[in-house]
Design a protein around this ligand. Structure first.
Ligand SMILES: [Zn+2]
Length: 256
């Protein structure tokens, strides 16, 4: 089995579009459907034909092009069964924990409620590839529009439990603002300080800060570091539960 090719591009204001391509079989999936024009342009740039759309969640900036891509390419729309009523044009509903076969590649739908209740992360374990939508960002995590801190913390913990070398693609380019906030929570983390400088340099050149990896996020993302002693000291929460520390960091980010 050959490796999947991944092509990331910018669209809308700060969304990422991502195409994954199996060169052996010649199939291509769009991770979410944020922007019809940008996705069609990306397909043209690569000379690929769209066969699938794999959805992380129902927000309009992730599903808006579903129907258009279906009409133009006959693309098959695949999403979380539990959220099927909110996913436009859904063709194949996958239960959380189950797999969708993208050609010969197995894609597990991991239940990651919090940003929305029906949010899933898409994991290609055989390729060490993870698409986290708006659950985990580089140096951040999504806002909790529908879920509780307990749900979001459980979702992030599940993702943090994947192998360190897992390559992570996210729904948005929020990393520069996330880095500024992360430094207020974890200012003495040398790895974070170094990464924040690197991100600043990348963004000055308008370059993407994604993909990231689970290992890098565990080392520098404050939302995955709630058990760190220095972070707990800074928050005055030495003896609090992990979920309470997480909720406090999320609360501070909401008003940052
Ligand atoms: Zn969203």
């Amino acid at each position: 089995m050959c490796a999947l090719e991944v092509y990331q591009f910018n669209c809308r204001t700060d969304n990422f579009g991502v195409l994954i391509h199996d060169p052996e079989i010649g199939i291509t999936a769009s991770i979410d459907a944020p922007d019809e024009g940008a996705i069609n342009q990306a397909l043209a740039d690569k000379g690929w034909t769209l066969s699938h759309v794999l959805l992380t969640h129902h927000h309009y900036d992730h599903v808006e092009a579903n129907e258009a891509l279906k009409q133009k390419w006959g693309a098959i729309i695949v999403g979380n069964e539990a959220d099927s009523e909110r996913l436009p044009g859904l063709d194949i509903a996958v239960q959380c924990g189950n797999y969708f076969d993208f050609g010969l590649h197995k894609c597990q739908f991991i239940d990651t409620p919090g940003h929305t209740i029906g949010h899933v992360a898409l994991h290609f374990a055989g390729q060490n590839l993870l698409f986290t939508g708006d659950t985990l960002f580089a140096l951040g995590c999504g806002r909790m529009f529908e879920g509780s801190p307990e749900q979001m913390w459980t979702s992030l913990s599940t993702l943090a439990g994947l192998p360190d070398e897992t390559v992570v693609y996210c729904g948005h380019e929020y990393t520069l603002a996330n880095a500024a906030f992360a430094l207020t929570i974890d200012p003495e983390n040398a790895g974070l300080v170094e990464r924040a400088a690197h991100i600043k340099a990348l963004r000055a050149e308008k370059l993407a800060t994604l993909p990231t990896s689970i290992g890098l996020e565990k080392a520098t993302n404050p939302f995955l570091r709630v058990s760190d002693e220095k972070i707990r000291q800074l928050l005055n929460m030495e003896n609090a539960s992990d979920v309470d520390v997480f909720a406090e960091i999320r609360r501070r980010k909401d008003t940052f």
